[in-house]
Design a protein around this ligand. Structure first.
Ligand SMILES: NC(=O)c1ccc[n+]([C@@H]2O[C@H](COP(=O)([O-])OP(=O)(O)OC[C@H]3O[C@@H](n4cnc5c(N)ncnc54)[C@H](O)[C@@H]3O)[C@@H](O)[C@H]2O)c1
Length: 261
């Protein structure tokens, strides 16, 4: 018995990073998943590896309204219904607020914030029609506190926490629970872009990352995408049946406070 037996879940940004681990874990727990991403080759390869019975890839740019309906139709055609959504796709840019071009700010809003809104708006009626289910949004540690040089990103992640609370209130009568994961630093290409650079020395960059988070994070290390996937599983399964509208921080204790020693 898997924790997600019989469920059909769309996971955005699932071609790599946290979304990929969510797709792998959800399938291991009995779900059928739709891997929705703009990285077609990687997404197709992951779907193939997980098998046609359990996974399909669909091209979806979450910031484009028209592509959402097509993704839902593809999911229903493959698996008959949709009763879960993980809004995971996101982008990060580093910039001082006073130097951030409007186009850059708008691009981040469009993917992280508008993308989550479009996901909820398009998929919630399908989940209701399927008899209820779950939505997990991906906010961030920076959805609950500030961090210098990621102003646009932090603004969108605060917005995702707000969307989560309002969606939970509006969708509870329809049998849909809505929660958010708020990761701290997690070891994916987003925090460690050198992972995608064939010229980078993985040992050297790995050691630099380890040293940085050994000092910054109380648990002394960067998080693993599998750990975020485990939280998304909890929030998508019956184990969290009485929980809705909440942001869940998963950050190795980073947000707990400061320590002098
Ligand atoms: N890695 C971290 O430390 C961290 C911390 C807090 C929150 N997050 C959030 O977790 C989520 C996953 O990030 P990750 O760390 O796995 O990063 P990642 O960059 O490895 O993965 C992001 C995925 O989203 C996809 N994506 C980007 N734009 C898209 C779009 N317009 N439409 C569809 N897919 C798109 C990418 O192709 C990629 O597959 C993001 O929302 C991110 O903001 C990450």
């Amino acid at each position: 018995m898997g924790k997600l037996d019989g469920r059909v879940v769309i996971i955005t940004g699932a071609a790599r990073g946290q979304g990929e681990q969510e797709a792998r874990l959800f399938v291991a727990e009995g779900a059928r998943v739709v891997i929705a991403d703009v990285l077609d080759e990687r997404g197709e390869a992951l779907a193939k590896e997980l098998g046609e019975e359990a996974a399909r890839f669909v091209h979806l740019d979450v910031s484009r309204e028209g592509e959402w309906q097509a993704a839902v139709e593809a999911a229903k055609e493959a698996f008959g219904k949709v009763d879960g959504l993980v809004n995971n796709a996101g982008i990060l840019r580093f910039n001082e607020l006073v130097n951030t071009p409007l186009a850059e700010f708008e691009q981040i809003v469009q993917v992280n914030q508008v993308g989550a809104f479009l996901g909820i708006r398009t998929v919630a009626p399908e989940i209701e029609a399927a008899g209820g289910g779950t939505i997990v949004n991906t906010a961030s540690y920076t959805g609950l506190t500030g961090m210098a040089f990621v102003g646009a990103y932090a603004a969108t992640k605060h917005a995702v926490v707000g969307l989560t609370r309002v969606a939970a209130l509006e969708l509870a009568p329809k049998g849909i629970r809505v929660n958010a994961v708020c990761p701290g630093a997690v070891d994916t290409p987003m925090t460690n872009p050198s992972a995608l650079d064939p010229a980078a020395d993985p040992e050297e960059t790995g050691a630099a990352v380890a040293e940085l988070y050994r000092k910054l994070v109380p648990l002394g290390r960067i998080g693993r995408p599998e750990e975020v996937a485990a939280l998304a599983l909890f929030l998508s399964s019956e184990d969290s049946s009485y929980i809705t509208g909440q942001p869940f921080v998963i950050d190795g204790g980073w947000l707990a406070g400061v320590s002098l020693f």
